[in-house]
Ligand binder design. Sequence first.
Ligand code: GLA
Length: 388
Amino acid sequence: MVCSLIWPWMATASSIDEASLARTPPMGWNSWNHFGADVTDADIRHAADALVASGMAAAGYRYVIIDDGWQGQRDAQGAMHPNAKFPDMKALADYVHGKGLKFGIYSSPGPQTCAGYGGSLGHEAQDARTYASWGVDYLKYDLCSFRRSMDGQSDTAQTAMMKAAYRLMRQSLDATGRPIVFALCNYGWGRVWEWGAEVGGNLWRTTDDIQPNYESILFNAGAQQGLERFAGPGHWNDADMLEIGNKGMDSPDMERTHMTLWALLAAPLIAGNDLSKMSADTRDVLTNAEVLAVDQDVRGTPGRRVMQEGPIQIWARTLADGTQAVGIINTLNHSLTAKLDLHALGLSSPVPARDLWQHRDLGSLDSKHVFDVPSLGVVMLKLGASKR
Ligand code: GLA
């Protein structure tokens, strides 16, 4: 008699609807920005615990992702094993799942990852099966040493190589039958936003690595300008993981600016701080429900910078209910006042307004209303009457 064991995730490969894996931008936590390659099994468990205890899980953060630094050696059959810092990856995934969360991991299409650990080159199908057997729900796939094989090739050939490498891993993940979110990381090379969705990516990094400082936040946000049309439900421009709560993000105003921009951009929200030691201010920035609702808006249309006057930038995003989310960003290291040209935003005047950070209705405003915007801070508004 032939006995077959069917796990819930063992659907046929063709039954995986890749776009449905990330209908809204993925939310979670990743080890890299705080722990780097020193990350351990205990760090991941503590992060999962803190995600739940802090209210972040309830606010929508679901994926707990181990970045670079978990890999050990391949065995005689070629299967990758974790290093001594991760004694039992399946048990760790079970622990994360037991908290109602999802589990993510990291690899590279090259022979080595960026931190010099083993990559997946030549082992794509095998690695995908290993991840599925552990219970992985999210893979960040980072170009790293694959770049060496692209040296000397034309731009067109380089792009074709990257597309093939990412498509191969997507197909390998799908072949396991387990739904796995696929996060492309190639720093925007080859205009990845043009082909990220085509090769099955649910999100793709558009820039080099974010740093925990104001300039880097503004730079990464600015680099999304013009990419709005490439993102939407199932496939997102990734402005990189959050630095909120990390050393260098010196004030709650800076943290609110970071969060506002990512929400207006419909960017994935992958926290990168030490969740077990975060301040109440940082937790409040990460869990403000009205701001998160903008990021997760079901229409999935990213916003853009619509105006700039010296240090004042106005960013806006149209939401599913017909209202507009607007950020007034002050890039000066001193407070400033600012007005909103409602006509230029396509809004009638006066318009009902709500302050999303303060959870406060502001009544009906016209273009003469003066906003006080703190140094390196932001005012975030929802403008208009909901058409729902
Ligand atoms: C690259 C990525 C980072 C991180 C490191 C890990 O720099 O862009 O996000 O994953 O590799 O080595």
